[in-house]
Design a protein around this ligand. Structure first.
Ligand code: C2E
Ligand code: CA
Ligand code: CA
Ligand code: CA
Length: 280
């Protein structure tokens, strides 16, 4: 029993060692990736349930490493956050998304919006070189409501002055704000009245087990009622089936995103996807 315990101990230290090594490898590979443009951005359509039309998409970063192949954001975003690289990377994703929305607004849909994930770490960026998203959008001749900033509940719980300042900037300039992964973190209900939030994104975990009479459905319905009373729109994430779509629509949910509608795709593919949409 003693030696089994020691083996387990050795196993765990080896696991931790491997994890640390992997993080170290990822950190230096990330610097190289940013320098040599190994990243790209894909866009996942967000569909308005009442009309089945698409006027929004979420920007998601992709990393293709020359020898390791595709590395998932789930694996590297956390590492990019801990080494601070998420600041230039996030800014790069934003600028790509801004160019994409400029193309789409110019050619297809004047109301189109792209939502961009903004990590809490990007809000700690207090230095003088900070260029507000609104300023960047003005340079491109775009109204600020072309972009939606996706933030997480954790950010609001930090309750830092810089966060309040940046969110105020968004509110004043008209950059919209979506609360991502809603319902998975700590309850942030108090923060819904404190900050100007435009959308709640219901997390995939509630959608996955959605069925008639389920607790998940009751939660979705309650979230929609609450959101609408507070003048927020609701976006459901990870919608994979017709049944989920129908239940969400009946629950009054405004928008949905997921494989049932479309997978994340290149900017070019998004352009074709939108060109085949029914005109509104
Ligand atoms: P997220 O913001 O919650 O993004 C949604 C994730 O769900 C994406 O994974 C998307 O590809 C996936 N997804 C979409 N529809 C479905 C579906 O129907 N079923 C299932 N099972 N999954 C679906 P992805 O692209 O791997 O990104 C994972 C996470 O990495 C994102 O979660 C986000 O937190 C982070 N991330 C991705 N791009 C960025 C970025 O540019 N900046 C920051 N800060 N984080 C990012
Ligand atoms: Ca998101
Ligand atoms: Ca707003
Ligand atoms: Ca999410």
């Amino acid at each position: 029993a003693k030696s089994a315990g020691r083996n387990r101990f050795n196993f765990f230290t080896r696991e931790l060692q491997l994890q640390a090594q992997n993080r170290q490898w990822l950190t230096s590979a990330l610097y190289e990736a940013l320098r040599t443009e190994q990243f790209s951005v894909v866009y996942q359509p967000i569909v308005e349930l009442a009309t089945s039309t698409c006027h929004k998409a979420e920007a998601l970063v992709r990393w293709h490493h020359p020898s390791r192949g595709n590395i998932s954001p789930a694996e590297f975003i956390g590492v990019a956050e801990s080494c601070g690289l998420i600041v230039p990377l996030g800014q790069w994703v934003f600028s790509q998304a801004a160019l994409e929305v400029q193309r789409i607004r110019g050619a297809l849909d004047r109301r189109f919006q792209i939502s961009v994930n903004k990590s809490p770490v990007q809000f700690n960026d207090v230095d003088k070189t900070h260029i507000p998203w609104s300023q960047h959008l003005e340079h491109l001749g775009l109204p600020c409501d072309s972009i939606i900033a996706e933030i997480t509940e954790g950010l609001l719980l930090e309750d830092k002055p810089i966060v309040a300042t940046r969110l105020k900037e968004f509110q004043q300039t008209g950059v919209q704000v979506a609360l991502d992964d809603f319902g998975t973190g700590f309850s942030s209900l108090a923060y819904l009245q404190k900050y100007d939030i435009d959308y709640l994104k219901i997390d995939q975990v509630f959608i996955r087990n959605l069925s008639p009479g389920s607790k998940e459905l009751a939660l979705c319905e309650a979230i929609v009622v609450m959101a609408h009373k507070l003048n927020l729109k609701v976006i459901a994430e990870g919608v994979e089936t017709q049944e989920q779509r129908d239940l969400l629509f009946s629950a009054g949910c405004d928008f949905a995103q997921g494989y049932f509608f479309a997978r994340p795709m290149s900017g070019e593919a998004l352009h074709s996807y939108l060109a085949t949409q029914p005109a509104m």
